[in-house]
Every structure is written in structure tokens, then in C-alpha cells.
Design a protein around this ligand. Structure first.
Ligand code: SF4
Length: 320
């Protein structure tokens, strides 16, 4: 039987540290009109998705995002340790080496499969920290998830610092479906992405959109398109308890009214506009690359769906 303390305790612990101290900045003059105009241009250029929550994509959704959008995806936090120290990082400090599956701390990688099965989850994102600091742990996780009767889809999130060819081949052979690189963590170095593309059919890039980096992000889109990388996921730069001081020190401001009951973070005031500009650029200039905006609005919907599902399953498991 599932214990109450097992279930939502990890998220609750994180929620206790949620931010909300920075005052929100109202839209600067003209921003509302610019957003409206960008949306109109995106519509005319053929953007897909849903404008209300800003769940928008240029061509197709990455396969790993579909179960997640329906609330049947989960995060498998491989470790809190990392090789980098990005200013936008939302991970808890001081960093801790812990393995957490769907919000439930575990000791051994092989415990993950039972949790994924219990909550009937269909996609798992292995993340961190930098998961590839612990290659053996990652390979054991993938092997045990693959051995399930009905295995979920498995994506791995990495900054690419440790993704050498030998390890990439081992990940592929063990059953990893796709690998997603945060290239902003490595100052837009696409070498690890290009290497992974020679081994995996599905390679993606997933980055926060820092408005001041828009020119570099556009250049990156063209290069990813040239490399034949199928997916780029973008999200708004956001503030949370762990990064608030450093993000604000860069001159960013919190968006007024961006607080959420369901998320532990909130968007900055300028990032959405930069995201829409990048989507438009990709629609107009990329031939194959599909860009997907997983906005804070999207994440809020995912979080609500996942939380309700989780609560329902916990209650039925307690009454069984
Ligand atoms: S690479 Fe990812 S986990 Fe590591 S510091 Fe940067 S954002 Fe955080």
C-alpha cells in the first residue's frame, strides 16, 4: 500500500521552497500589442497547438511529450549533482545526490519500474542535475524500465558534458529512445548533439529562452535544421526559489500575475515574447526542425492533470 509520506512528500518539500518574493513587473508599453501581433503572424504562418495556454509547435510534437501532456509522463531525477552551474538552474542547492522517481525517493535504480507501473506512466524523462555523471545508474534504470511488461518511453536530459561515443552507444543498446541536450548550458556548443545524431534516430535539444540570447538561438535553429535534428523544445526563462537571485541579477524581471498554484516557478516578463519570435523564425526558416514551446501555461496544465491523476491513484490504492 502506498504511504501518504511516500507519495507527495518530495514535491511538498520543494513547494515549501517555492518562490514568490520578487515583485512582478507589469507589461512594458506596447508588449501586449506585440504579443498579439506575433500570435497573428504565427497563425498566418501555420503554427499548430493551442494559443490560450501557449502550447504551440511548428510541425509535430516530440513523441515523449505526448504522454506528458496528458498527465501520464514523469520525471526520474537521477541526481542533483551537476558538472555545470547555470544561472537559470532550478535545482535545489546545496546540490544533493538523490534518486527520486515520480516524487518518491528510492535507493536502487531497479525500484523505479514498480513505481512507473503503479502509476501507469507512459513516458519517463531521466534528468538531474547531470544524469550522465552516474552512467551505471542510468544504464540500470533504463534496463529495468525496458524489462517491464509494458515499457514506457524513455528520454534522457543531459548537458552533454559526459556524452562520449562509448556511453551513447551503451545507452542506445540498453534501450534509450531519445536524448535531449541543453545546449545553453554549454554556450551553444552543438558537438555533442552532432555526435548523438550519428547514433540515435531521435535527438532533441531543450533550452530555456533567455531573451538576450535570441540571436544565438536563431542561429542554433538553423544549425540544428542543417544537422537534421528533428526536435527543439523551448520554454520560458523562469524564476524559482533556487535561481531567483541570479536571474534577477541579469536584469530580468518577474512577470506580474505569473504566480501559479500548481507550479513552483513563474515566468520572467520578457521571455514569452522571445519564445514566440523564435517559433516564427523557425516556421519561416527551418525546413525540417520542429520547435515546440512548452510554456509555463502548458506546464501548469500538465501539473494539474498529473496531480489529479496521482491523487486519484493514491486514494484508490489506500482504499484497496
Ligand atoms: S546543466 Fe542543467 S542541471 Fe546542470 S546546472 Fe545547468 S541547468 Fe542545472
Amino acid at each position: 500500500m502506498l504511504k501518504e509520506s511516500d507519495d507527495l512528500s518530495w514535491y511538498a518539500r520543494k513547494a515549501a521552497r517555492a518562490c514568490g518574493t520578487a515583485p512582478g513587473a507589469p507589461p512594458e508599453p506596447g508588449q501586449v500589442e506585440r504579443l498579439r501581433e506575433l500570435l497573428e503572424r504565427l497563425r498566418a504562418a501555420g503554427i499548430k497547438g493551442e494559443a490560450k495556454s501557449m502550447t504551440l509547435f511548428t510541425r509535430r510534437l516530440p513523441p515523449g511529450c505526448k504522454p506528458c501532456l496528458s498527465g501520464r509522463g514523469t520525471n526520474l531525477y537521477v541526481t542533483g549533482l551537476c558538472t555545470r552551474d547555470c544561472f537559470f538552474c532550478f535545482n535545489q542547492k546545496p546540490r544533493k545526490d538523490e534518486l527520486v522517481v515520480h516524487g518518491i525517493p528510492v535507493k536502487e535504480p531497479e525500484e523505479a519500474a514498480a513505481i512507473v507501473e503503479r502509476f501507469d506512466l507512459r513516458s519517463v524523462g531521466l534528468s538531474g542535475g547531470e544524469p550522465l555523471m552516474f552512467p551505471e545508474r542510468v544504464l540500470r534504470l533504463i534496463a529495468s524500465l525496458r524489462a517491464m511488461k509494458s515499457p514506457p518511453r524513455i528520454d534522457l536530459y543531459t548537458n552533454g558534458d559526459r556524452s562520449d561515443e562509448h556511453l551513447l552507444r551503451a545507452l542506445k543498446a540498453t534501450g534509450l529512445d531519445s536524448i535531449r541536450f541543453d545546449v545553453v548550458a554549454r554556450d551553444f556548443d552543438l558537438a555533442p548533439v552532432a555526435l548523438a545524431k550519428t547514433i540515435f534516430d531521435e535527438v532533441a535539444v531543450e533550452v530555456p529562452v533567455v531573451p538576450e540570447q535570441l540571436a544565438a538561438l536563431k542561429k542554433m535553429c538553423l544549425e540544428l535544421d542543417r544537422l537534421g535534428v528533428p526536435f527543439l523544445n523551448i520554454h520560458e526563462l523562469f524564476l524559482c526559489a533556487e535561481n531567483e537571485g541570479r536571474v534577477l541579477a541579469k536584469g530580468e524581471t518577474a512577470k506580474a500575475g505569473g504566480e501559479s498554484k500548481h507550479l513552483l516557478w513563474r515566468p520572467t516578463a520578457q521571455s514569452l515574447e522571445a519564445c514566440l519570435e523564435l517559433l516564427l523564425f523557425a516556421l519561416e526558416h527551418c525546413r525540417r526542425l520542429s520547435v515546440y514551446l512548452c510554456s509555463c501555461g502548458t506546464q501548469e496544465n500538465i501539473s494539474k492533470r498529473g496531480y489529479r491523476r496521482r491523487k486519484r491513484l493514491s486514494e484508490s490504492s489506500r482504499s484497496a
